[in-house]
Design a protein around this ligand. Structure first.
Ligand code: AMP
Length: 278
């Protein structure tokens, strides 16, 4: 496994590798969710590239960039163990060289939900992913459904900018108690960790209601809020019942819906989502 830190080293390493190339962009603190993406990439590709970069541009001023968990040595071991060929672990200045002055800004799909809760977040995501797509030139790149809107934003960008990398989405990997794996789970206190499965339980209550025939989106949002409210440590930020294509909030559910939420537990911000309806 080759570990490269500069744009030039990455390009040089990729010049002669067998194709197709699969790219898995990450912010490190790798867990079984990331590993599921790498394993899929390994199965599809002759060469697997993982990027490890905590991207400052996708964090707001008051967000947790400084506190985001980092452990490169452990991440490199995990990459080696799943058969990664190249790890790209650049510094901030290498990704954004002096004078860097470009923003990739995706439109309507980046507006609601995470885009509304975290102004500028998706500009940061789209910009760094565009750089990674350009540098790696992979046939495919792999993303997790846990960050549903992120995948929609990246798909839109790749289509609009004619980027030659196909976007592949993988299902959310969960703990036994339903909590979606996330690097941020490492920041939960033991009590917070014990409370956190309520997020998935709340979404399941929503999908069960829809499955039982409920068609009023407001009733579904209310049911999700009610379950979240059973855990005093949890502070919901938003609960959404939206069209899975446009992410616009629904009044009535006629086809499929995306149930999603963001909530703080002990100051740690977690997100999750479930598809509902037929
Ligand atoms: P991150 O390091 O959190 O930026 O995540 C890197 C990639 O892994 C993104 O495409 C995420 O959607 C994906 N990912 C994160 N958590 C999970 C999970 N629990 N299951 C599947 N994919 C995940």
């Amino acid at each position: 496994m080759l570990v490269v830190r500069t744009r030039a080293e990455l390009r040089a390493a990729l010049a002669t590798v067998p194709r197709p190339v699969g790219l898995v962009p990450t912010m490190g603190w790798l867990h079984a969710g990331h590993v599921s993406l790498v394993e899929r990439a390994r199965g599809d590709s002759a060469t697997v590239v993982v990027s490890i970069f905590v991207n400052p541009r996708q964090f707001g001023q008051r967000e947790d960039f400084a506190k985001y968990p980092r452990n490169e040595a452990r991440d490199l071991e995990a990459c080696e163990a799943v058969g990664v060929d190249i790890v790209f672990a650049p510094t901030v200045d290498e990704v954004y060289p002096p004078g860097f002055d470009t923003v990739v800004s995706v439109g309507a799909i980046a507006g609601p939900l995470e885009g509304a809760a975290r102004p500028g977040h998706f500009d940061g995501v789209a910009t760094v992913v565009a750089i990674l797509f350009a540098l790696v030139g992979a046939e495919r790149a792999y993303f997790g459904a846990k960050d549903y809107q992120q995948v929609q934003v990246i798909r839109r960008m790749a289509l609009d900018l004619a980027l030659p990398t196909d976007v592949v989405t993988m299902p959310t990997v969960r703990e036994g108690d339903g909590l979606a794996l996330s690097s941020r789970n490492a920041r939960l206190s033991p009590e917070g960790r014990a409370a956190a499965p309520v997020i998935h339980r709340a979404l399941e209550a929503g999908t069960a209601l829809v499955g039982g025939g409920e068609r009023e989106a407001a009733a579904v949002r209310q049911a999700i809020f009610r379950v979240l409210g059973s855990e005093p440590r949890v502070t919901p930020e938003y609960v959404s019942v939206a069209d899975p294509e446009t992410l616009a909030e629904l009044d009535r559910l006629d086809g499929r819906a995306l149930l999603s939420l963001a909530a703080f537990i002990d100051g740690v911000r977690l997100i999750d989502n479930e598809r509902a309806g037929g």
